[in-house]
Write a protein that binds this ligand. Sequence first.
Ligand code: BTN
Length: 329
Amino acid sequence: MTDLDSSILLALLVAADEPVSGDRLAKELGVSRVAIWSRLERLRAAGFTFAASTRKGYRLKGVPRALHPALLDAHLRRLKVTARVDLLATVDSTNSEAERRLAVGQEAPFAVLAQAQTAGRGRLGRRWHSGKTGNLYLSLAFRPFIGPERLKPFTLWMGLALCAHLEAAVGVKLGLKWPNDLLAADGRKVAGMLTEARLDADSVRELVFGVGLNITGAPKDFPAELRAIAGSLERAAGVRLDPNRVAAETIAALFDAWEAFAEDQWRREFKTRWARYDTLTGKSVRIGLRGSPLAGVVDGIDDEGSLILRTGGRRRQVVASGEVTLRKP
Ligand code: BTN
């Protein structure tokens, strides 16, 4: 029964600083005042705080630090997100869960997120640390039916859209490290993206875009080997964030970014956003994936999102994917 909780929270979110009376909530939601009161008590026990005055009513004062289904839902309703969004307590990997749901025919687009993952996946077969504290594990699923060649710039576009959204919504300018990392100004990684697709010869049948975004997790919440390189949105912003608001707004922004991509309305903004958020152009890097690593200076990307590298003797190499490390100047 999170529907009533979510409706109460939505009314309080929309009213913002204006108190809403128990009477009004009861009338608008078609339940008794006692029902409203008992839901508010239950929400209090889950970490919400309400400012209550007998004459004026309730204001939402404090929210839980963890993802909460009713609050997330209230934000999604406020933002008019119509796609199905499911928050799970724990799952192996939200990407795997999205793939399973696509396989059994769940209507797309949809999103799955989880409070923790037991087998979170990173790029190149790596594990993605997926503890319970402060992180968003989110996958968006689509059945695009577009040609496979159109998919190449997709992850970069989504990453740039995420940078633009977070700068506008949270006031944090993250940088995009090609091809899939979002970095804070101090170089700490705040988010990573993993796109997985099922293709046939002419079209992309199923597409899952996964993002791990550290909203509030502190370095101590990470294993020792990640403490020096993991950053968080909250640390980068220097302000306290509401994870449920951030999660819902991020979901809405990513669905919008997908729509622009699917409708081929993304190219102009791609260029401006690349110019604003790219962290590699002009840098001396080494790129490794398969075979021998390449070293050179990054000279931007081509129309498909491949990295252009100037190697020795001003030779130009185009690299479609790989792992970039910066070289000391
Ligand atoms: C990377 O930087 O290597 C990519 C990390 C992607 C992690 C996210 S968390 C949500 C989704 N589910 C997964 O198992 N992986 C992605």
